[in-house]
Ligand binder design. Sequence first.
Ligand SMILES: Cc1ncc(COP(=O)(O)O)c(C=O)c1O
Length: 361
Amino acid sequence: MRKHIFNAGPCKLSDRTLTNTAKAVLEMGETGQSVLEVSHRSADFQKVYDETVALMKEVLSIPDNYSVIFVGGGASLQFGMIPFNFLKTKAAYVNTGVWSKKALKEAELWGEVVEIASSADKNFTYYPEPKSIKIPADVDYVHITSNNTIRGTEIFEDLDSPVPLIADMSSDIASRPLDVSKYFMIYGGCQKNLGPAGATFVIIRNDFVEKVADRKIPTMLKYSTHVDNGSMFNTPPCVCIYAIRETLLWIKENGGVEGMEKLAIQRCDALYNFLENSTVFTPVVEAGSRSRMNVPFLLRGKYATEALEKTFLEFVKTKNIVGVKGHRLVGGFRASMYNACTMEDVNALIAAMKEFEAKVK
Ligand SMILES: Cc1ncc(COP(=O)(O)O)c(C=O)c1O
């Protein structure tokens, strides 16, 4: 029996993604070869790759003057590649928790870093008001993390910036319509809204690719290497790319990013409405900053004991629910509800929480 999967990533993928990738593992189209066997240099795979890039551009409304590449190394490698390529003297970072701090730390290796906004004062339980984010004009770029997977906060506005805006969208890409033209670069691990782990997407403005710092950069760490070679300078993550293509087709079939946003709002409203009214559980994040993708929650008041936490995690297992253990930094619980998560999954979680509530009260 398939479980209700709330993992933070890798996470639940659409049935289409799973079924068609599984088929391609046995035989990719009518090529007589598995997607695990086919050469990345073959015309058959090039077709898959080209379609995937075209779908990314279509689904995310990416303007023509941008390139889309898929590379390895995770979003974590991008934390270092961004300053290595683009930090000449000074960069600005918005600090909204673990991932943005990791990105900022890498930048400090290559130049001066200014933290222009932070939610550290309230333990990252909110996203700084977009209007309060004052971006200086004298920095090489500004970096934000649009969705904070661990803390469960998200920004829904595409900022206006006087300098190149770079966003880590690992955990909210393709969950809402986006004005890509406001960004010089958007990147992230694919293992949440786009496909399995192993591929990193980079959407980058073509004129930005060459605006690199005057330092020696290893070939594999230069964006131009991957853009100029259409992600084929080295062997790309072929099977991931295949699965991403299937996910993008599924997104298209389900109303595109507008459809994904509608579903995300439904899921998150249902769970937050329950949490707001619960006497046993409580939400963590301030209203207005609440991520639609990751919802952290805790046991409330007198129920907040380690023993009861364990009991709840054991209890949800009996309901076929997985992935709701909170991140070690926040504790408690977290439900990650990415694009492929259904209302059926969310209702199953809410029903389990209600039943647990009745048991402990
Ligand atoms: C917002 C965000 N950025 C970066 C990362 C790191 O991604 P990766 O594991 O692909 O390096 C994650 C991982 O969950 C994330 O959620």
